[in-house]
Design a protein around this ligand. Structure first.
Ligand SMILES: C[S@@+](CC[C@H](N)C(=O)[O-])C[C@H]1O[C@@H](n2cnc3c(N)ncnc32)[C@H](O)[C@@H]1O
Length: 262
């Protein structure tokens, strides 16, 4: 199955999917290799993840963590809640959410990269997270019923999608009335030029797909959610090209919370 291409004439969706899958297969299987982005426990702690919660998450999930913010203080996740993690990677946020929902709740991580799903499922089984499930699928076509989740979370993922409109519509569809979308993502202050948005490699590096912040918020609201809060995260790109794009176009990480009407 291909990533849906609706509303995208800027990037080759199939080439992007292949590059993203290759990159995040490496992230799952070889987290100690050098990457153009920061990863692991040091990043998680700088973004605001408390050590007390990280200590209860499998170390192998933490070493492959490639998120861009900590948003759980915006989430209000409670014991018993159902949470869906879009682009769950090796599982850090799903295992974090599992601690908040407890054994009476449920967390479902969705990711299209088989190596990430295999690793996250192995860690779930080995560490007894009975309330967590990882499913290989696309976030543009979430394999879950309407109105089934209290909270949808996502960390560093929507920027990688060539059909963000479909992602936000799907997030709104699976949320219960009054439910929250809480995410961290890469956005930009200025609209990026085609020299960047047509380049699948720059998309896979979390730069090319950065949407202009006002347009991003508008897309979420067009999907039927109301954006309540946005916060800028202390996330830093480490490659030279990413740092220069950050200076030129105001590329940054934000956390955001949006609500579906009750
Ligand atoms: C930057 S990583 C973040 C992973 C995880 N959220 C974390 O914080 O470590 C992006 C993840 O999103 C997944 N992904 C990207 N685009 C996707 C899509 N369209 N559908 C499903 N998964 C996707 C990738 O496979 C990868 O595991």
């Amino acid at each position: 199955m291909m990533i849906a291409t609706k509303n995208t004439t800027q990037v080759d969706a199939k080439a992007l999917e292949q590059k993203v899958k290759m990159m995040y297969t490496d992230v799952a299987e070889r987290p100690k290799e050098p990457y153009h982005f920061e990863m692991g426990r040091q990043l998680a702690e700088r973004l605001g993840y408390p050590a007390s919660k990280l200590n209860k998450i499998p170390a192998e999930a933490i070493e492959s963590f490639a998120g861009v913010g900590h948003f759980f203080d915006l989430s209000h996740i409670k014991p018993g809640d159902h949470v869906v993690d879009l682009g769950s990677g090796s599982g850090l946020d799903a295992f974090y959410a599992a601690q908040l929902v407890g054994l009476s709740g449920k967390v479902i991580g969705i990711d299209m990269t088989p190596a990430q799903i295999e690793k996250a499922n192995r860690l779930k089984t080995k560490n007894g997270f009975a309330q967590v499930q990882f499913v290989e699928s696309y976030i543009e076509q979430i394999p879950l019923p309407d109105a089934s989740a209290h909270t949808v979370i996502s960390n560093g993922v929507v920027n990688l999608s060539s059909d963000k409109e479909a992602v936000f519509k799907e997030a709104a569809r699976v949320l219960k009335p009054g439910g929250r979308l809480v995410l961290a993502d890469i956005v930009s202050n200025q609209t990026l030029p085609e020299s960047i948005t047509c380049n699948a490699s720059l998309w896979a590096a979390c730069i090319g797909g950065a949407m202009q912040i006002d347009a991003y918020i508008k897309l979420i609201e067009s999907a039927g959610l109301t954006v309540i809060a946005t916060v800028t995260n202390p996330y830093q790109f480490i490659s030279n090209s990413a740092q220069s794009a950050t200076r030129d176009y105001g590329i940054k990480s934000i956390s955001l919370m949006a609500v579906k009407a009750s």
